[in-house]
Design a binder for this molecule. Structure first.
Ligand SMILES: CC(C)(COP(=O)(O)O)[C@@H](O)C(=O)NCCC(=O)O
Ligand SMILES: [Mn+2]
Length: 941
């Protein structure tokens, strides 16, 4: 390895900070050392990771937490990266480490809760402990916290007194703009339109973002023309804003909170208060100027002619009328300013909106109506956090600003502490250091605050303790947490389509129901920053790429998959609990997982766009994430092992059978084998029922027997021609094939590995294409065999999941499986040995970097995912590197080749192979039936 120089320093990953300042870095000690210590003289210890926006009514808080250390195969990864020529150190000058951005809010009047929260999480102490952020931080006298909003001034002393930190004030407009720019560039599903109850996400092109009008609706309203990063002008505003609605509303309805007032509006009917066009025109439209009879002609206008007092009006009607008056007015002024500066896009933010359908519909209506459809009102999912995010961005050297959309992954754990107050606590990521909360089993149930309970171990069995004659049961904090989380996620009606119409606003049809409280309307998750994620380089057009084949915005589709996933849940919980030894703790977590996942599903059924644009892949991934949240790290572990063993036992026979065939019939048998073995899928209800009817081998045989061509989608002949040629014409072999493998057991052992072997074995049908290539010393074309005979593909990369999902094989497990298979197969053994793959599996390879990177015929690479599907906009840097010279992709399985990527176009030859194990999908996608097969071959685009 080349000695490290201070100018091109690879990241020396510290586990203690979210970012490093590498300026002036120098090696300490011997530069010949493999991992020398690097001195970072400018790395300060007081990097804060918390920022606040303290407004008149709400405190918004954004904080960063470092990723928990996952058990990773770092050595193997490192050697792989070296072989693939991937360097970490070239992209940025001060890299950020992986971590998470959390969004939390509190009512300003409950500022003490906010301070408690900061204290309980030690957020004011800025990650200065070398052991990591989660351990006890040390005191830092000079710590500062960036904050914006009026409260940054008002409460500065309180922060100093209670937490010992100074507030560094940041300009509010600067922060709003920085926050909005960051979100619009970094978060894929951030901006959306909202018309007549329909939410549609808008894909923003980073390079075509400016100029736009940012309308921030807080207590008052600011209108800012944004021309670039840090380039903006506050062009207008209005004093009639959220404070006006709340203030007038409070006086007129006696409501105690903003949310209560908003909730009232949900049940209101504004025509009792507002004067409509129809009231003036005897029930008629004023069509000539485009006004329908239901258009509001004068807000509160009806009250002048009625002989009534305030008490005679329903508070619900007053609230709705007020809400519409103010929203409409803001929409209209915003439009006029957009017109003034020729701006087509208007983004509305600020906590006034609160994801409230009527508010958004009213603003959209105003913009649409006055601009005659020319300008568009858009809303932001993180609407209330613009200022706090901007303040966070104002810390220097966090490296966030040059991260890209594909490096952010948003997750929605139950434990996301998005709401302040009593119910908060750690994310559920690490159960081992979570507290338990006593429930007093006398008549009153009291929940103790999490903070006072820190340090207990939730894995202890339940205990019954008697304190002063009162029986106290301990239950895990988790149950309380899930209970609360379930409430937050509980579905409540949002405004259905058709609440507004051109010319006026109809009576809300979700009358009588309660509106989701502001706390729960927070549709933002935890933002994971994964700097190593990349866009898969072989996509023809990453901008238009949509991973999901099934669009769940079609409600009947959503209902169907909701039912499928709900019905699968009991079986999944059984498997998950068994995978953890069936202990009481595992059962409790299993139950909590089931409740949490059901709550997510119910929430999404009610509001499919709640977590961003929803496709089937997102639902399937959510399930895996939810399992991980409850510490089920590999629910199908034992099943996978059993199936691997059974399949490996019959592999020698299969290989013998294959070796007796001609090249042509062997290729067909191999593809048949992949399709047949894809039946081993523990995510398919139909397949799981089959498994009760026979042994693994019996099912495999039965499945192979049924492989009648033509398959439902059958491009095998074109594939065969490309691979083996026809009529004496020898095709050019592929250089590098990426095989995206799917399930453990027969699927990989009897399906994909024999196919990989076929690609790597000498094959007389293809041309000797590489003999002239001077950079390689091989006599022949097939580095693993040295036979002088070419192979169908020179290098084969097995691409497997980074994390478990159902019974999918992972990149960690695969080398061992290859090692076992290689005991029966020279081709695999030589290919894998040349790449150090087998050594990785069998002994902990000491120095993989000695390998000649050009002689790695068979490699295993992780894909960066933990889902049965794959979104190729976010893959591991290893996979992206491996893909650079690839000219053949084989995507296998229903998740990777059908649910996602069925319609994806690639810049190289692509084969999509899967058995369709769901009747509805078979009908919809291929007009066929369950167990039909897809062999879709697409030459390079
Ligand atoms: C989760 C899966 C995509 C996994 O399939 P695979 O990729 O392993 O072929 C698939 O099992 C699935 O879509 N299951 C749900 C449908 C059903 O149970 O019918
Ligand atoms: Mn699978």
């Amino acid at each position: 390895m080349a000695p490290t120089s201070s100018s091109a320093t690879p990241i020396h990953r510290s586990s203690s900070r979210p970012q490093l300042d590498l300026s002036g870095a120098a090696i300490q000690g011997n530069i010949e050392e493999r991992d020398p210590t690097i001195l970072l003289p400018n790395q300060s210890d007081d990097i804060s990771h918390l920022a606040l926006d303290i407004g008149g009514s709400l405190i918004k808080l954004v904080y960063f937490s470092r990723h928990e250390d996952r058990p990773t195969d770092d050595k193997r990864k490192k050697s792989l990266k070296e072989r693939l020529g991937v360097s970490n150190g070239t992209r940025r000058s001060y890299p950020i480490l992986g971590g998470r951005l959390h969004f939390v809010k509190f009512e300003t009047r409950k500022i003490n809760e906010c301070l408690d929260f900061i204290y309980s999480k030690q957020l004011h102490r800025g990650g200065i402990d070398p052991r990591g952020w989660t351990s006890e931080p040390q005191v830092n006298e000079n710590a500062i916290i960036k904050a914006t909003g009026g409260g940054a001034y008002k409460f500065a002393d309180m922060f100093k007194e209670r937490l010992g930190v100074s507030i560094e004030k940041e300009d509010e407009m600067n922060c709003l703009v920085a926050g909005a720019n960051f979100l619009l560039k970094a978060i894929r599903h951030e901006a959306f339109t909202h018309m007549e109850g329909q939410k549609n996400f808008v894909q923003i092109d980073q390079n075509d973002l400016f100029p736009y009008l940012l309308v921030n609706i807080g207590s008052g309203v600011s209108m800012i023309k944004v021309d670039g990063d840090g380039k903006f002008e506050r062009v207008s505003g209005t004093n009639v804003g959220g404070g006006t609605y709340w203030g007038l509303g409070r006086l007129m309805t006696k409501c105690k909170s903003f949310d209560e007032l908003l909730e009232l509006s949900q049940r209101g009917d504004n025509k009792e208060v507002d004067m409509l066009v129809g009231d003036i025109y005897g029930g008629m439209d004023y069509a000539k100027i485009g006004l329908s009879a239901s258009t509001i002609a004068s807000s509160f206008g009806k009250t002048i002619s009625d002989n009534k007092e305030l008490e005679d009006y329903r508070p619900e009607d007053i609230s709705l009328s007020l809400l519409r008056m103010i929203s409409y007015n803001i929409g209209q002024i915003a439009y006029l300013n957009a017109l003034r500066f020729g701006l087509k896009r208007i983004f509305f933010g600020g906590f006034f909106i609160r994801g409230h359908a009527y508010t958004m519909d009213t603003i959209s209506f105003a913009v649409h109506f006055w601009s005659k459809g020319d300008a568009k009102a858009m809303f932001l999912r993180h609407e209330g956090f613009l200022g706090a995010l901007g303040a966070f961005m104002s810390y220097e050297k966090h490296g966030l600003d040059d991260l890209m959309a594909h490096q952010f992954v948003e997750r929605f754990p139950m434990g996301a502490p998005c709401v302040g107050g009593k119910i908060h606590g750690p994310p559920l990521g690490d159960l081992s250091d979570k507290a338990r909360n006593p429930i007093f089993t006398s008549k009153n149930i009291l929940f103790a605050d999490y903070n006072s309970e820190r340090g207990h171990d939730s894995r202890e069995e339940d205990q019954t303790i008697i304190i002063s004659g009162v029986i106290v049961h301990h239950i895990s904090w988790m149950e309380k947490f899930v209970q609360k989380g379930t409430e937050i996620l509980a579905p409540v009606p949002m405004a259905p389509p058709g609440t507004t119409g051109l010319g006026g606003f109809e009576r809300p049809s979700s009358k009588g129901e309660t509106l989701r409280s502001d706390d729960a309307a927070l549709n933002v998750g935890v933002l994971h920053l994964v700097p190593t994620l990349e866009v898969f380089p072989l996509l023809v057009d990453p901008k238009t790429y949509e991973p999901n084949t099934i669009d769940l915005s079609d409600h009947s589709e959503l209902e169907y998959w909701f039912t499928v996933l709900s019905e699968h849940l009991p079986d999944l919980v059984d498997k998950a609990v068994a995978s953890e030894g069936g202990t009481d703790d595992a059962r409790r977590r299993g139950d909590a997982f089931a409740r949490a996942f059901s709550a997510h599903l119910a929430r999404l059924m009610e509001e499919p766009a709640a977590y961003g644009k929803l496709g089937l892949a997102n639902l399937l991934e959510l399930r895996e994430e939810c399992l991980r949240e409850f510490q089920f790290l590999d629910a199908y572990r034992t099943i996978k092992q059993r199936e691997n063993e059974a399949s490996l036992a019959v592999l020698p026979d299969l290989l013998m059978e294959l070796d007796s065939m001609s090249e042509e019939s062997r290729l067909l048998t191999l593809i048949e084998g992949v399709l047949a073995a894809n039946i081993f899928d523990w995510g398919s209800r139909a397949c799981v029922e089959l498994y009760h009817k026979g042994t693994i081998i019996e099912i495999y045989r039965m499945s192979r027997k049924k492989m009648q061509r033509p398959w439902r989608v059958d491009d095998f002949d074109a594939f065969r021609e490309r691979m083996l040629g026809s009529g004496g014409n020898k095709p050019v072999p592929h250089k590098r094939a990426l095989l995206f493998v799917d399930n453990s057991g027969a699927d990989v052992v009897l399906g994909m590995l024999p196919l990989a072997r076929e690609l790597l074995r000498p094959n007389l049908s293809v041309r000797l294409a590489y003999t002239q290539n001077a950079e390689n010393n091989f006599k022949g074309n097939c580095p693993n065999i040295h036979s002088g005979i070419p192979c169908l593909a020179r290098y084969v990369v097995l691409v497997a999941n980074s994390l478990p999902a159902l019974n999918d094989v992972t990149a960690i497990e695969l080398p061992e499986i290859v090692a076992e298979a290689a005991k029966h197969c020279d081709v695999l053994r030589k290919a894998a040995e040349a790449g150090g793959l087998l050594m990785d599996a069998m002994i902990n390879i000491q120095d993989a970097s000695k390998d000649d990177s050009s002689s790695v015929p068979l490699m295993v690479v992780e894909n960066g995912c933990g889902s049965p599907c794959i979104d190729l906009r976010q893959v591991s840097s290893e996979l992206a590197a491996a893909a650079k010279n690839a000219d053949l992709i084989i995507l296998e399985g229903m998740g990777r080749a059908l649910h996602t990527n069925y319609n994806a176009r690639f810049r190289c030859d692509t084969l999509k192979l899967a058995m369709v194990k769901n009747q509805r999908l078979a009908e919809k996608l291929v007009k066929g039936n369950i167990y039909d097969c897809v062999c879709r071959y697409e030459p390079a685009s």
